[in-house]
Design a protein around this ligand. Structure first.
Ligand SMILES: Nc1nc2c(ncn2[C@@H]2O[C@H](COP(=O)(O)OP(=O)(O)OP(=O)(O)O)[C@@H](O)[C@H]2O)c(=O)[nH]1
Length: 337
């Protein structure tokens, strides 16, 4: 709370307005794949030895500073620097919550899918998770077309438990530090098809362990994913989007990580040109049907969904190819939390 008030005062002085924005990221996957562990790692920068089983949903908050790409400084530092909070909604994967977990699928900016490399079925079930979220969720700053299962927001897939995956077990030290590092292993992005990938893919054809040991690199990739979501929601330079700074500040205490966000934003550069050779635009058309008459999200402060074009195209978050997704309108269930 103190942190918030001090930051708010400082930013008001510097920028003349409320300082904060927020994006919401769902963390989903089967029970026991390591979602809570991942959230703890992202928020606290350390591993957790005995995570409790999630009851319904738990929310972690990651603080990130980000500057407007359009500012003269073109930097996350300086005049345009703003505070953002990434809400990490850790949804229990246990079957007992199956019937009610859609309550948490509200105003989603992005999704992180987690699967367990030692349990192959947890990977194939990601398709089910994607379809469920697409069908029951509501979305903030959605893509114009859907990805797997019709999911209309960017997503990331994290392959967990590399240390106990059979093919790598011999080489792993298995200690907590390595385990923690492996949690942030980035598998890569989902292809443009409706199918989630069923084969491993790592940058530069490196193996799983090699990629896992580059934990810092992968951790940055997760942060970059968050920054991409922030940029999509708040830094549209093509349209007068709803004033992103008019939202109310968070009211309760938050967990602030000491982690410093890496300098630079590759998504900013990527943003200027689409890989299909066309310049793509944000927020240029009326909202998707799914966005109309949205109920207030179960959040500590109101959200303002951004508008998106039906024809809007956005590249997948990928270091390699950035295929585009096929059209599939999301539906939403009425959410009244
Ligand atoms: N060996 C190993 N164990 C892990 C790893 N990540 C998580 N675990 C363990 O897996 C178990 C489940 O982890 P959680 O983070 O609670 O899994 P979850 O996906 O949140 O589970 P639910 O709350 O049931 O949805 C815990 O005992 C963790 O310590 C990992 O990378 N390697």
């Amino acid at each position: 709370m103190m942190f918030w008030r001090e930051k708010e005062r400082d930013n008001r002085e510097q920028n003349g307005g409320p300082p904060c924005g927020q994006v919401r990221v769902l963390i989903v996957g089967d029970s026991g794949v390591g979602k809570t562990s991942l959230v703890h790692l992202i928020v606290n920068g350390s591993s957790i030895s005995r995570p409790p089983q999630t009851i319904g949903c738990a929310v972690g908050v990651k603080h990130i500073t980000y500057g407007s790409p359009g500012s003269s400084s073109n930097s996350i530092k300086g005049d345009a620097e703003r505070d953002f909070f990434v809400e990490l909604w850790d949804v229990s994967g246990h079957e007992r919550y199956k019937d009610c977990r859609s309550l948490f699928y509200a105003q989603i900016n992005g999704v992180i899918f987690v699967h367990d490399l030692s349990q192959r079925r947890t990977k194939s079930s990601l398709q089910k998770w994607a379809s469920e979220i697409a069908a029951a969720g509501s979305f903030s700053a959605p893509l114009g077309s859907g990805g797997p299962g019709g999911l209309p927001v960017p997503y990331l897939v994290i392959a967990n438990k590399a240390d106990i995956a059979a093919e790598n077990s011999r080489s792993s030290s298995g200690n907590l530090v390595d385990v923690a590092r492996q949690w942030v292993e980035k598998q890569g992005l989902l292809p443009s098809s409706e199918e989630l990938p069923l084969r491993e893919s790592f940058p530069g054809s490196t193996g799983l362990l090699t990629a896992a040991k580059e934990a810092r690199y992968d951790k940055e990739a997760v942060i970059k994913f968050f920054r991409m979501l922030i940029r999509r929601r708040y830094f549209s330079d093509e349209l007068p989007a709803p004033n992103p700074w008019s939202i109310s500040p968070i009211q309760n205490s938050i967990n602030q990580s000491d982690e410093i966000v890496p300098e630079g934003d590759p998504f900013y550069n990527h943003n200027s040109v689409s890989l299909s050779g066309e310049t793509y635009k944000y927020n240029v058309h009326p909202p998707l049907p799914a966005q109309r008459n949205l109920a207030p999200p179960p959040t500590l402060y109101p959200q303002q969904p951004m508008l998106a074009s039906e024809n809007y195209r956005y590249p997948r978050y990928s270091a390699t190819g950035l295929p585009e997704v096929s059209s599939n309108k999301p539906k939403r269930a009425d959410i009244n939390v």
